[in-house]
Design a binder for this molecule. Structure first.
Ligand code: SAH
Length: 507
């Protein structure tokens, strides 16, 4: 099973699968030169002080000058652990007993936290988690970006002051926050068994059945339970990764928090959905709020959830939801932030950082269905949105119309190609907002930003590492990072979202 390393967890979060550690920033590497020199042998029991948490949420332990990664251990703890794997400069150990416990340790409220790949930090007090996320951002900015953060040691050539990294904006009630569940379907006990749907066990693609997820909106859990029951009653087969046989691969449920509208997507390994009418009738009966039932066809041997073909089985092609009084149509394949409560916080911060007075020309790169664009448009002169997924741009255009917003225009295509062309066509940007996927901005886009010289750049990022890398490039090109606000979009997971403000140094 080499091609499927990383577990996905319930709800499509990037899971904590098997992975390599670079050892960077963890203090690894001081002691051993070769595996034979490592101070430990496999299966040895050791006492370890935990000095940090990796970006995947594993405890970073130090013993005899050697680094051991220990799942489930928290900073400040001392643990007894069994060495499982020894590499040249670091190793992995299994937690056996906590000798000294962190004051921030809590009992994980979910009973399957140990097995599930979805959450990584349910054993960590929420406010400590928020502080850890802020520190993780600071560490990325200083180590990867070689940026100076106000109040932190290790300044590197920047002018006095440094970037103000604010406290992480947390949730008052950090549970049941997700509006989207993306759940793999399998069979209990392997191919041919009873239909199950749930989550990938941590670090694998073994599906474990589950009916209730504490970070998921109740209605999404309801959808998944209903689809599972209906699938069992109709005798539907589940997709088997090994053989490539079987029909149902994933269930996706999306709920509009404000509108209560529900979309159900059945991802199938094949175009034909046997007993389609029966499916539709039973889903509608079980879930009165359902507005849209969609089939997506994915016949490829791939980790990607969706295939290219999507068709509406019943109802509308989209569901609607609202953020801060703006209404959005969302189709099955479009990106829409999964935590609507915190999305409003993030977008308000983005608009604040854009510093608009009603006349500015603003570019929103990686705009999705135009969510940030429309928030900006309420306070700007003109907004130009660009996004690579054509369906999302269709949604963005109808969303502008739906809200009577006439000063936003949208174009489908790669930001790094469309924006340079806009520049040649004479488009001027006072502010450029970017909100790229995890891999960060394309270098060609960063280069174009430097050429267009907007007064401000607002960088919204879901990955502190690529954020730090890109901020360094923008700093070298004449911008100064003023402020960074982490916003907790994914409580109990290791994910960190940030909103950053950059201004031109010559201003
Ligand atoms: N700002 C939006 C979407 C952010 S997610 C929101 O908050 O909802 C990042 C988006 O970038 C996704 O919609 C993805 O489809 C899009 N994307 C990925 N690569 C891109 C590229 N090269 N050019 C433009 N958009 C891209």
């Amino acid at each position: 099973m080499s091609r499927r390393k990383s577990g996905g967890g319930y709800g499509g979060q990037a899971g904590s699968g098997a992975r390599k550690h670079s050892g960077r920033g963890t203090g690894a590497g001081a002691a051993a030169k070769t595996r034979e020199d490592a101070p430990f042998q496999k299966n040895e029991e050791v006492t370890v002080d935990i000095i940090g948490l990796t970006h995947d949420g594993e405890g970073v332990g130090r013993a005899n000058g050697f680094t051991l990664f220990i799942q489930g251990a928290l900073p400040g703890e001392q643990v007894r652990a069994k060495v499982m794997k020894v590499k040249k400069q670091y190793g992995y150990a299994r937690l056996e007993e906590r000798l000294i416990e962190s004051k921030d340790r809590i009992a994980p409220p979910c009973d399957i936290f140990d097995k599930c790949g979805g959450c990584q930090l349910q054993h960590f007090d929420y406010s400590a988690q928020l502080e850890w996320k802020r520190q993780h951002v600071i560490d990325s900015l200083t180590r990867i970006g070689k940026l100076r953060v106000a109040g932190e040691a290790g300044a590197n050539g920047e002018e006095a002051g440094g970037i103000v990294v604010h406290s992480t904006v947390g949730m008052e009630d950090p549970w049941r926050y997700r509006n989207k569940a993306q759940v793999p379907v399998g069979a209990s006990g392997g191919a041919g068994g009873e239909l199950i749907a749930g989550f990938y066990a941590r670090g694998s693609h073994r599906i474990i059945d589950m009916d209730d997820c504490l970070i998921q909106h109740d209605r999404n859990d309801e959808v998944v339970r209903a689809v599972k029951t209906i699938g069992r009653e109709l005798g539907i087969s589940s997709y088997d990764e090994e053989s490539g046989k079987g029909l149902l691969r994933h269930v996706m449920a999306r709920t509009g928090f404000v509108t209560g509208e529900i979309m159900v997507v059945l991802v199938t390994n094949g175009r034909k959905l046997p007993q389609a009418d029966e499916w539709i009738a039973r889903i509608r009966e079980a879930l009165p709020g359902v507005k849209s039932i969609v089939q997506n066809v994915n016949m490829k041997d791939t980790n990607a959830v969706f295939g290219d073909e999507t068709r509406v089985l019943w109802g509308s092609e989209v569901i609607y939801d609202e953020l801060d009084g703006i209404r959005f149509a969302i189709s099955a394949r479009s990106f829409y932030q999964v935590n609507p409560v915190q999305t409003v916080e993030l977008y308000r911060k983005t608009v604040e950082y854009a510093g608009l007075t009603g006349v500015e020309s603003v570019i929103d790169a990686y705009c999705g269905i135009g969510t940030i664009s429309l928030f900006l448009a309420r306070q700007a002169g003109r907004v130009y949105g660009v996004e690579i997924v054509p369906e999302a741009i269709e949604d963005a255009k109808s969303n502008a119309e739906l809200n009577g917003i006439a000063n936003a225009t949208f174009e489908a295509g790669p930001a790094e190609i469309v924006i340079p062309r806009w520049r040649e066509e004479g488009v001027i940007a006072d502010v450029i907002v970017v909100d790229p996927p995890r891999k960060g901005c394309d270098p060609a886009l960063l280069d174009t930003i430097l050429k267009m010289k907007p007064e401000r750049v607002v960088y919204v990022s879901c990955n502190p590492s690529t954020l730090a890398r890109d901020l360094r490039l923008l700093e070298d090109g004449g911008y100064r990072t003023m402020e960074v606000t982490p916003v907790d979009m994914f409580p109990w997971t290791v994910h960190v979202e940030c909103c950053s403000l950059l201004v031109r140094k010559d201003n």
